[in-house]
Write a protein that binds this ligand. Structure first.
Ligand SMILES: N[C@@H](CCC(=O)N[C@@H](CS)C(=O)NCC(=O)O)C(=O)O
Length: 284
């Protein structure tokens, strides 16, 4: 599981590395980028999960995240969105298969052998980053669209691993939109009972955001959503997440951003707010 550096760039006084390694979770090579601020550290970590069709490169080159990460002293880790390769199952559509891992462990053929992104991110990736970089051992998670769904569901299902969670234009209830229904049918099968664990709105409705003492596991969840996003009404449905959170007593700051679409121009406009949100919680 040793990391191999394929490219290195200086950026905002820190270092950006593109890396690859042989993953035991997916049984394939996996690629990622890691930004480390200037200095010895140790630094807390923000994991970023990207959306449909993305590799680690989209966020790395388009989000403009590293000035704020350097200022706050935060490592940013951006993994690829799925296993890839000739021996890995795929589908010609952009919303299934390679580039569309949905951050879950598939149980169905032909996906189950390699599509194990929940185990990859929550187990192997975190262990690898803590072993190979000067981290404080605390981390937060954020992401966009399918990656926003990933950030929310991984945080809700593994609250001990993450200090805080935020998302841009997340797929808030994949069991109730076409992207999610298609992917979950393929990866998890027809039994919808197995789907709910991977639906952020349903997890919050079921009490996943509450700790055993009745308080919130997360003091707040920051969501930015552009109101000119072409996927807003049919796929993203933030109103379902907000309604579930309000009913469950989980604070969510849902910011509807006027005029913004689904692109990385939207992320670039608000990523500094998200890094500040996480940095405040990562340093306490
Ligand atoms: N290709 C799809 C949309 C895919 C898409 O918008 N992907 C988003 C995440 S859901 C993205 O980040 N794309 C890569 C990029 O903008 O760099 C379509 O045309 O409907």
């Amino acid at each position: 599981m040793t990391l191999q550096t394929t490219k290195t760039h200086a950026v905002h006084g820190g270092t950006l590395r593109y890396l690859k390694h042989d993953s035991t979770a997916t049984g394939t090579p996996m690629t990622l980028s890691v930004f480390t601020p200037a200095g010895e550290g140790p630094f807390p970590v923000l994991i970023w999960l990207s959306g449909l069709t993305c590799t680690e490169d989209n966020f790395t080159t388009k989000a403009g995240a590293y000035q704020a990460a350097a200022e706050h002293g935060v490592i940013i880790v951006a993994p690829d969105t799925s296993p890839r390769g000739d021996g890995v199952a795929d589908d010609p559509a952009y919303d299934l298969g390679q580039g569309a891992g949905f951050y879950l462990d598939a149980t169905q053929a032909p996906w189950a052998p390699h599509f194990r992104m929940e185990t990859y991110v929550t187990g192997e990736l975190i262990a690898l980053i803590d072993a190979e970089f000067a981290t404080t051992g605390v981390r937060s998670i954020s992401g966009h669209s399918m990656g926003g769904h990933g950030a929310l569901t991984l945080a809700l299902n593994h609250p001990d691993l993450f200090r805080s969670v935020s998302a841009f234009a997340p797929i808030c209830s994949p069991t109730r939109c076409a992207w999610g229904e298609k992917a979950f049918t393929a990866y998890l099968g027809d039994d919808r009972a197995a789907w709910d664990r991977h639906d952020a709105a349903k997890r919050i409705a079921a009490g996943a955001a509450k700790d055993p003492d009745g308080g919130g596991v997360f003091d707040d969840i920051l969501i930015d959503q552009g109101d000119a996003d072409s996927f807003l009404t049919d796929q993203l449905k933030p109103e379902l997440l907000k309604a579930a959170a309000d009913a469950a007593g989980q604070k969510i700051t849902l910011r509807m951003q006027p005029g913004y679409d689904h692109s990385y121009f939207f992320m670039a406009s608000f990523i500094a707010d998200h890094i500040a949100f996480h940095a405040e919680r990562l340093k306490t």
